[in-house]
Structures are given as structure tokens and as C-alpha cells.
Design a binder for this molecule. Structure first.
Ligand code: C5P
Length: 229
């Protein structure tokens, strides 16, 4: 598997910590995910810096806004040179179509839809008025996303197989909730799994955060993830 298929989540509070980790990983990591915490704290300069160092950057913006604002944010991500940007499928077809249309002018940018965040359980869905199981809801939103033209989905290791079977080979499946074998699943407990299990189930990419970024030896931890956890 290509190094770029294992994405390291830079969930840090500031630019200095993120750069320190990127320095330590060097060429061992080709693809980083930057979320709202780091983007807000560090600003877009960090994205440009990482891209300048030859890395791909997945901007995990989790967009859920009116279509005009979603389109603007996707264009801004494209102008920075991002490889992927996320949009909430729960926002519906209008939002996803706006994201897809805005991404067209940036050939390197993929629009990835979030279905049900991996920390949510069936009872969390019931709390917000959704009576179906997480599996059914994930599938329903995934089909909606593909129909809206999204390039891929975010899905937990437990759901990647069902999505690959339902959607065929084309969509990207980006899988967070990655644990090392024998490691602590933490808040991923509901739907966690190893990278090996995720790729075997049909994931095209995995996202791993603290198991690498908080490890005493991040390079060795990333190697363990790539070797299957
Ligand atoms: O837990 P870890 O540090 O590996 O998380 C890496 C990324 O996976 C986070 O940035 C988050 O976006 C995503 N994640 C998720 N669902 C969770 C926990 C983390 O989608 N329950």
C-alpha cells in the first residue's frame, strides 16, 4: 500500500507541535489531516508549508452550512492545494452538490462525505430523532453522497466492508477509528479496528492520530500501523 494511503491526523493545539511531529516523521508520512483545532490555531500557512514540503494535506473541515458558504470553503481549500475536504452528508444533497461543483476547478481536490461520526451509537441517533441503526444510516447517507457526486466517504472500520460491497470499487473510503492491535480503543470503542482490518474491508485510506502522534517513537508506531497494527 502507498504511504499516502495512511493519513496522520495532526490533532495539535498549535503550529509548533504540528511542525515538530512532521519533522520527526519526515518522509515516513506523505499525507496529513488537519482539522478545525489546528487550522483555527495555526492558520493556512501551515497547510501551505506542509504542501511545500511535498506532503498531501486533507483538510477535515466537516462542512455543514448553507450551500453558498460550503462552496466558498471548498474553493478556499482547493486554492490552498488540499487533497481532500470533508462535508457532512447529513446536510443533504444541496450541500454536497455545492461542494462537488466548487471542487471541479481543483483537479487534485476530493470531496469526502461524513456519514455518522464514529463516536456515535444507535442511541445517540435515537436522541436526535433518527430511528434507524447506525449501519442503515451510514448506508443511506453514503448512497446520497455518491449520488451527489462526492468522491468518497468517511467510514469506521466496521462499516467499510458494507460500504464497499454496496457502492462498488470507485468511491474512496477513508477510515478513522484506527487502533493498534492490543492498544486502547478509547472513544473509538464503538466502531474501532486495526488498519489491516480496515484495508481488508475495502478502505482506500486510513486516518490515524494519537496512536502515532502521541507515541514515544512516532516513526515506529506509523510503521506498526502500516504493517497492520
Ligand atoms: O483517535 P485518533 O487520534 O486516531 O483520531 C484521529 C482522527 O480520527 C481525528 O482527527 C478524528 O477526526 C477522527 N476520529 C473519528 N471518530 C472518533 C475519533 C476520531 O472520526 N471517534
Amino acid at each position: 500500500m502507498s504511504g499516502s494511503n495512511t493519513i496522520v491526523a495532526l490533532d495539535f493545539a498549535g503550529r509548533r507541535e504540528a511542525e515538530a511531529l512532521a519533522d520527526r516523521l519526515g518522509n515516513a508520512c506523505g499525507h496529513y489531516k488537519i482539522g478545525l483545532e489546528l487550522l483555527t490555531a495555526a492558520g493556512p500557512g501551515l497547510v501551505e508549508e506542509l504542501i511545500g514540503r511535498g506532503h498531501e494535506v486533507f483538510l477535515d473541515l466537516k462542512l455543514f452550512e448553507i450551500p453558498n458558504s460550503v462552496a466558498g470553503a471548498v474553493r478556499a481549500a482547493g486554492a490552498l492545494g488540499a487533497s481532500m475536504v470533508t462535508v457532512h452528508a447529513m446536510g443533504g444533497t444541496g450541500i454536497m452538490s455545492a461542494a462537488v461543483a466548487a471542487a471541479r476547478e481543483f483537479p487534485g481536490l476530493r470531496v469526502i462525505a461524513l456519514t455518522v461520526v464514529t463516536s456515535m451509537t444507535g442511541s445517540d441517533l435515537a436522541d436526535i430523532g433518527i430511528g434507524t441503526s447506525t449501519e442503515e444510516q451510514v448506508l443511506r447517507l453514503a448512497r446520497l453522497a455518491v449520488d451527489a457526486g462526492c468522491d468518497g466517504l468517511v467510514a469506521s472500520p466496521r462499516e467499510a466492508g458494507a460500504l464497499r460491497a454496496a457502492l462498488g470499487p470507485r468511491p474512496l473510503i477513508v477510515t478513522p477509528g484506527i487502533t493498534l492491535a492490543g492498544g486502547e480503543p478509547g472513544e473509538h470503542a464503538a466502531r474501532a479496528g486495526t488498519a489491516r482490518a480496515a484495508f481488508a474491508a475495502g478502505a482506500s485510506h486510513v486516518v490515524v492520530g494519537r496512536a502515532v502522534t502521541r507515541a514515544a517513537d512516532p516513526v515506529a508506531a506509523l510503521r506498526r500501523v502500516r504493517e497492520g497494527g
